[in-house]
Design a protein around this ligand. Structure first.
Ligand code: MUC
Ligand code: MG
Length: 379
């Protein structure tokens, strides 16, 4: 008998961050995890995640809109249907629901988690299998203070947790930002790879100056310095820059990947399962990158453990992962939602070998943290 979908539940879980996380478009003091569970009548439950950054500051889906859109439009479409026909279910959603990439990602992840559990294999095996059992993980330095960022980086190096650091810039003037980056690179030297993420904050002329100064400072990579839609601008920058250019916000799935590849606009793709509309979409982005000789980086929307390990399960199968990943989301949060935390060691995130996502949620903790179970939210 094929499993039938009985219930789809979306929960918003507000968790404080370990310190303020300053991006050019928002300063985060907490993260709102958007978690989703699909229960079927064979007793198997699958989990997915649709977490975004900064409410509506980063993209067009907010935690609240994701929940209401799934509850109102997507869950009723799926309830009562065969949970094992994932391609059919996703095609049905795509034919009825425009956009909503994060919501689609959470649904698809939960369906694959459950199906992999039924088959008794890690989720990675449903996407072609693993080439690696761990992935390198960068840490983002975004306290807004140079001294604090250097101390944080030193601590991560001592712990052998991270030796790749992404610095968030774009709030101050180009020269002030580059001075901050250069001081950190000087302090860390060859012990670490230092990269920057401008989150679209620069104009083309600012980026022209910024990229040149960053190259002199010894920075290895610049991520999304200018507006996501400015593909020609990225192509101009790339042609002039001596350091590689990475697309992040510019990449919302395979169509964007194709457009960027055709224009030779960037050197690296930051692949995100949410931004790609799910694991299958992210795999398509990676395939386009491979065909176009574009390097890959495993990106995050600062998800918690579910989205993080789902991403790792996919990235473990990418033919190359030249720039590693930034799957550190759970480490930015003050609360653990798993019975056994994810394993970060030797600068990498280790992949579980157990079926599905390979994680077990701490239900009591989750119930305690859920926004709908709280008298008042953390805001
Ligand atoms: C982004 O734009 O890359 C990833 C790491 C981080 O600190 O912010 C995110 C979003
Ligand atoms: Mg980015």
């Amino acid at each position: 008998m094929n499993p039938v979908i009985e219930k789809i539940e979306v929960m918003l879980v507000d968790v404080p961050t370990v310190r303020p996380h300053k991006l050019s478009m928002a300063t985060m003091h907490h993260q709102t995890l958007v978690l989703l569970r699909i229960d079927s009548n064979d007793g198997v439950s699958g989990w997915g995640e649709a977490t975004t950054i900064g409410g509506l500051a980063y993209g067009g889906e907010s935690p609240e809109s994701i929940k209401i859109n799934i509850d109102t439009y997507i869950a009723p479409l799926l309830t009562g249907r065969d949970a094992s026909r994932i391609a059919q279910l996703m095609a049905l959603i795509r034919s009825t629901v425009q956009d909503n990439r994060f919501a689609k990602c959470a649904i698809e992840t939960a369906l694959y988690d459950a199906q992999a559990q039924r088959l008794g294999v890690p989720l990675s095996e449903l996407f072609g299998g693993r080439l690696r059992d761990s992935v390198p993980v960068a840490w983002t330095l975004a306290s807004g203070d140079t001294g604090r960022d250097i101390a944080e980086a030193e601590k991560m190096l001592d712990l052998r947790r991270h030796n790749i650091f992404k610095l968030k810039i774009g709030l101050r003037s180009v020269r002030e930002d580059v001075a901050h980056v250069a001081a950190i690179k000087r302090a860390l030297g060859d012990r670490a790879s230092v990269r920057v993420d401008v989150n679209q904050a620069w104009s083309e002329t600012e980026a022209m100056l910024g990229m040149a100064l960053l190259a002199q400072a010894g920075v290895d990579l610049a991520e999304q310095p200018i507006a996501a839609k400015n593909h020609d601008g990225m192509r101009h920058l790339r042609a002039k820059s001596s350091i590689p250019l990475m697309a992040d916000e510019a990449l919302h799935g395979a169509v964007d990947a194709m457009a960027l590849a055709r224009r030779h606009a960037v050197d690296v793709f930051a692949v995100k399962i949410t931004q790609s509309g799910g694991l299958s979409g992210a795999k398509q982005v990676a395939a386009i990158a491979e065909a176009a000789h574009i390097d890959l980086y495993g990106g995050t929307m600062l998800e918690g453990a579910i989205g993080t390990i789902a991403s790792a399960q996919l990235f473990a199968g990418f033919s190359t992962l030249a720039w590693g990943t930034e799957l550190f989301g759970p480490l930015l949060l003050t609360e653990e939602i798993l019975q056994t935390p994810l394993v970060y060691k030797d600068f990498c995130l280790q992949l579980p070998a157990t079926p599905g996502l390979g994680i077990a949620l701490d239900q009591d903790r989750l119930n305690f943290l859920r926004r709908d179970k709280k008298a008042a939210s953390v805001f």
